[in-house]
Design a protein around this ligand. Structure first.
Ligand SMILES: Cc1cc2nc3c(=O)[nH]c(=O)nc-3n(C[C@H](O)[C@H](O)[C@H](O)COP(=O)(O)OP(=O)(O)OC[C@H]3O[C@@H](n4cnc5c(N)ncnc54)[C@H](O)[C@@H]3O)c2cc1C
Length: 398
């Protein structure tokens, strides 16, 4: 990496990067950097926060474990340590990523928030600007994640509420909510797990289930539900696998409709593939719902000073509100002059073809398939860039 321009002092403000610029040092950025290195291609990672895997280190709750078994969450080239449990804790996952970065000598440039990136048609390069510098390269790899920023929907009246309101990205542990009445808005994996955590601290969570939701047992007959689905998909059509999953789910956890958790008409995997909506893999919240410790509420009509009015006409008081409303991509805010992404910041071309755009643009980790998708993207990108790299080096020699 070399400097091509100098500011008044000694600080360079424009740097030429020999290999690709990777934006984001989460699992995706690390994975693609390692795969490039394995292919002899250097890279520079620009990371906005002050650590690797900032989502996992800074925005997740204490009791989080991987939702999927470890074999589906490994990064390429270096697996989990053998002594890790089937579902590693977030702390184990973070330690794995820290070791991964050390093992491949990956040293991201921290506190470099990418504010804009644009292809310079005249020079045939990407100009990537942070608050400190402009980085220039032939390639850019977007690895800022599907979950870059909390998604906070408009909720009527929320500004009037006098208690605490927080998003799950800043929720750590239920101890702060001891004995409180808590409204949890959103019933995905985070909403369910936070509600369960709150129960442990004698809080009374009311979880809002505005739409339909697929709840599946995390394991069926001792095997991970996800692993069973993956295995069956090799042999059976998707609709049949969905039917099988729902049949077994009905048998093991019963009809969730009677608990106020209505199932979508579309099957869980088909829905995930079509919309990205992940089924909830139950780790204990359902039994608390059955026991009446977590109350299920229909949609909220409006938030009041002291609580909420629900669509069924009921009104309740709450001490706190937790928004388990998910995350969104931030790509549209900084990637300019490029129509590869939708306005929601996801590649327009769906998996498995969304990893490569025009003019040296790549994306890793935007597959709606978690870390499994990341691993698949990282390997493909590294091979594609390595082919161009070798060609380029070969040309220079002659
Ligand atoms: C609570 C929770 C549990 C999950 N559990 C699982 C699971 O069990 N299995 C699974 O496969 N997936 C799981 N996921 C999905 C998970 O987010 C991804 O699998 C994984 O973190 C994606 O990695 P990533 O590197 O693509 O994105 P991220 O982990 O989000 O990393 C992106 C990085 O980019 C940085 N960044 C963002 N914008 C900029 C910018 N403008 N400039 C510079 N840097 C920037 C961020 O600071 C961050 O460090 C979970 C997600 C959540 C929220």
């Amino acid at each position: 990496m070399g400097s091509c321009k100098e500011e008044d002092g000694n600080q360079p403000n424009c740097l030429w990067v020999d290999g690709p610029i990777i934006v984001g040092a989460g699992p995706s950025g690390l994975a693609v950097s390692a795969c490039l290195k394995e292919n002899g291609v250097p890279s520079v990672i620009l990371e906005g926060s002050d650590c690797i895997a900032s989502l996992w280190q800074q925005k997740t709750y204490d009791r989080l474990k991987l939702h999927l078994p470890k074999q589906f969450c490994e990064l390429p080239l270096l697996g989990f340590p053998e002594n890790f449990p089937k579902y590693p804790t977030k702390h184990q996952f973070i330690s794995y990523m820290q070791y991964y970065a050390i093992h491949f000598s990956i040293e991201p440039k921290f506190k470099q928030v990418v504010q804009s990136a644009e292809y310079d048609v005249v020079c045939g390069v990407w100009r990537v600007r942070t608050q400190d510098c402009e980085y220039v390269s032939r390639w850019i790899i977007v690895a800022t994640g599907e979950n870059a920023e909390p998604f906070i929907p408009d909720i009527q009246g929320i500004e009037k509420f006098q208690g605490h309101v927080r998003h799950t990205s800043v929720y750590k542990c239920g101890s702060e909510f001891q004995d409180q009445r808590v409204l949890v808005i959103g019933c995905g994996n985070s909403g369910m797990e936070v509600s369960l955590d709150l129960c442990r601290y004698n809080a009374t969570p009311h979880i809002v289930v505005r739409n339909t939701v697929h709840i599946l047992p995390r394991e069926i007959f001792g095997f991970s539900t996800f692993a069973v689905a993956m295995a069956l998909l090799k042999w059976l059509p998707l609709w049949l696998v969905d039917k099988f999953l729902l049949m077994v789910t009905n048998f093991t956890i019963g009809n969730t409709d009677t608990l106020g958790l209505k199932r979508p008409k579309t099957g869980p995997i088909q829905l995930k593939n079509a919309t990205g909506k992940t089924p909830v893999l139950d780790v204990g919240a359902l039994s608390q719902i059955k026991a009446g410790k977590i109350k299920v509420a229909e949609g909220v009509r409006e938030i009041t000073r002291k609580g909420a009015k629900f669509v069924d006409g009921q009104e309740r008081e709450f001490d706190s509100i937790i928004l388990a409303t998910g995350y969104k991509s931030n790509v549209p805010a900084w990637l300019k002059g490029c129509d590869f992404f939708t306005k929601e910041g996801m590649p327009k071309t769906p998996f498995p073809n969304g990893w490569k755009g025009d003019n040296g643009l790549y994306t890793v980790g935007f597959t709606r398939r978690g870390l499994l998708g990341t691993a698949s993207d990282a390997v493909k990108i590294a091979k594609d860039i390595a082919d161009q790299w070798r060609l380029n080096k070969g040309c220079k020699k002659h």
